[in-house]
Design a protein around this ligand. Structure first.
Ligand code: NOJ
Length: 568
């Protein structure tokens, strides 16, 4: 547990601040992601809402986090749980009213918690008035807000869709005898960013929320907004490397620089791009401070390892995180995360969610997130060790991604049993089940019928049971957050990988601000040792995920240790 921590008083950025861009509040932040639909239901309709979040602000504050990222709360027919927006300036009825939002924001700010909102502008809902107008006739002034392909030209160049039942991103609309583009579902038509009016609309939407006082945006699917509208043919199998073909299209950087000039630079906010292209250079270009685009990016290379299964190679994991760290050591900034609403649960993907190891491996993973360079993003529920629900029938699923993929497999006569088995590990619904507050009915999430089943393990896995247990996953999370906040070296310090070829242990140091911290993480269910380049002779233990202090250099299963290296 937390053994000691010392205070770092703010000092001017030094050589330790290897980002070169100086200190920023958003680099020092710990972001807590809230999936509003599943966090807390206040009105008993079975769906989480803003009043529910307001009722839990003291809990959020108690975690020590200082930024909340809220998944979309705007008006939406909910084809993709709010990522299909029909009115960008309104609150989804399920979630409450604008007055609730205003209260939420002011109550967060009163507690020194900042609010980051999703900005979903690669696409709108097909129920958005822009699209309704756009589809109404070929000459409508909104026609050019979206990508259309007139049928007399024949079939459009094939494009793959994430959520379509046929994986086809072009949908024929008989009203005007034309196809429209939708990288995601049919109800999520893609906006045409080549149209400057669309870009001005987006600027205005951003200003609307920023003028209310929000603190930034997480920019959904942003790397996809720019398309090559000569529609070149992609090679067979391109969908397996989709970021390379869909990401970072022509003019993306121009659009971002324009947005930075018109909006971002006028506010003290953070902006984070979902996805960062397919190369380090792509990612770097998004967040190099000299280019005036975004604050930080999150790359998928780490999160995609193992494809949701815990059978990933730790050597690859170390390689990926070390490579990304070194590419951003001098300039630019990244986020660090192991889960979100599009991924399985952190402990089920990266750790071990069996009863024996759920707690200790959750704590170990938390230690990784809180001791790496980059801004930590932590997904709600992971702080209590929530795990995959593993539905066994399609009727239990709510996510369009799983449901439509099931239909596609069925249609093609594929192996549905194998598909369902795989979804137990990978489906996004695994991380979307209601937050487990306590052991009362529905885990204290709702008095109604929850929109998606509650994980039956809530009777033992819940926040209330962990609140007063000093050894709980929840209290370990609080300590790890505090350790990071107390040690700027963990934010900015130089990262060095040790014991590189150790297949079981991830060992590294962070150096700067007059300190050296040594982090040892055993990713295995068995004891593991570290190599000779790990020197514990002057090491003073600061954080450990076992109740009893280590008695040898051998790491226990999933053991995490954070040491400070003391001067001679
Ligand atoms: C990424 C979001 O995180 C995901 O939940 C959503 O389905 C797609 N973008 C489409 O908006």
């Amino acid at each position: 547990m937390l053994i000691s921590c010392s205070n770092n008083h703010p000092v001017a950025a030094s050589a330790a601040d290897t980002s070169g861009a100086g200190r920023k509040w958003w680099k020092e932040a710990v972001v807590y992601q809230i999936y509003p639909r599943s966090f807390k239901d206040d009105n008993g309709d079975g769906i989480g809402d803003l009043k529910g979040i307001i009722s839990k602000l003291d809990y959020i504050k108690s975690l020590g986090v200082n930024v909340v990222w809220l998944n979309p709360i705007y008006s939406s027919p909910n084809d993709d749980n709010g990522y299909d927006i029909s009115d960008y300036r309104n609150i989804m009825k399920d979630f409450g009213t604008m007055a609730d939002f205003d209260t939420l924001l002011s109550e967060m700010h009163r507690r020194n918690i900042r609010l980051v909102m999703d900005l979903v502008v690669n696409h709108t809902s097909d129920e958005h008035p822009w699209f309704q107008q756009s589809r109404s006739s070929r000459t409508n002034p909104y026609r050019n807000y979206y990508h259309w392909w007139n049928a007399e030209r024949g079939k459009p160049t094939p494009r793959w869709s994430f959520f379509d039942v046929n994986s086809d991103a072009w949908k024929y609309d008989s009203l005007t005898k034309a196809y429209y583009l939708h990288y995601f579902s049919r109800k999520q038509p893609d906006l045409n960013w080549e149209n400057p009016t669309v870009r001005r609309e987006v600027d205005d939407i951003m200003k609307f929320w920023l003028d209310k006082g929000i603190d930034g945006f997480r920019m959904d699917a942003f790397q996809f907004v720019a398309k090559d509208t000569t529609w070149p043919v992609f090679p067979p199998g391109y969908e397996k490397d989709i970021n390379r073909y869909y990401g970072m299209g022509p003019h993306l950087h121009d659009y971002l620089q324009e947005m930075n000039r018109e909006v971002i630079s006028k506010y003290d906010i953070m902006t984070v791009a979902e996805g960062a292209g397919s190369t380090l250079e792509d990612a770097h270009a998004l967040v190099d401070p000299d280019r005036h685009e975004l604050s930080m990016a999150y790359s998928f290379e780490g999160i995609n390892l193992g494809h949701g299964s815990p059978d990933y190679s730790l050597l690859d994991f170390k390689k990926v995180y070390s490579k990304w760290d070194s590419a951003f050591a001098e300039k630019g900034w990244l986020s660090i995360f192991l889960a979100n609403h599009d991924q399985p649960r952190m402990v089920s993907h990266w750790g071990n969610d069996s009863p024996a190891f759920r707690a200790v491996s959750s704590k170990m993973l938390t230690t990784f997130i809180m001791t790496m360079r980059g801004t930590p993003y932590y997904y709600n529920g992971d702080e209590i060790g929530m795990r995959n629900i593993r539905f066994d029938k399609i009727e239990d699923y709510r996510d369009i991604a799983t449901i439509n993929k099931y239909k596609e497999v069925q249609h093609k006569g594929g192996d549905l049993k194998a598909f369902l088995q795989e979804q137990q590990q990978t489906s996004r619904d695994n991380s979307r089940t209601p937050f487990q507050w306590d052991s009362t009915t529905n885990a204290g999430f709702t008095t109604g019928t929850p929109w998606i089943e509650v994980n039956p393990d809530y009777t033992s896995v819940n926040a209330s049971a962990q609140e007063n247990d000093p050894q709980s996953i929840l209290n370990y999370f609080r300590h790890a957050v505090q350790l990071r906040k107390d040690n700027l070296v963990l934010v900015y310090g130089q990262y060095t990988l040790l014991d590189k070829d150790n297949p079981d242990v991830y060992a590294y140091t962070r150096e700067g601000y007059g300190k050296t911290m040594l982090i040892l993480l055993n990713f295995r269910a068995h004891p593991a040792t570290v190599g000779p380049d790990v020197d514990l002779s002057h090491a003073s233990l600061q954080l450990n995920n076992y109740p009893d202090a280590p008695s040898s250099d051998t790491l226990r299963p999933y053991e995490a240790r954070v040491y400070e290296i003391m001067p001679d």
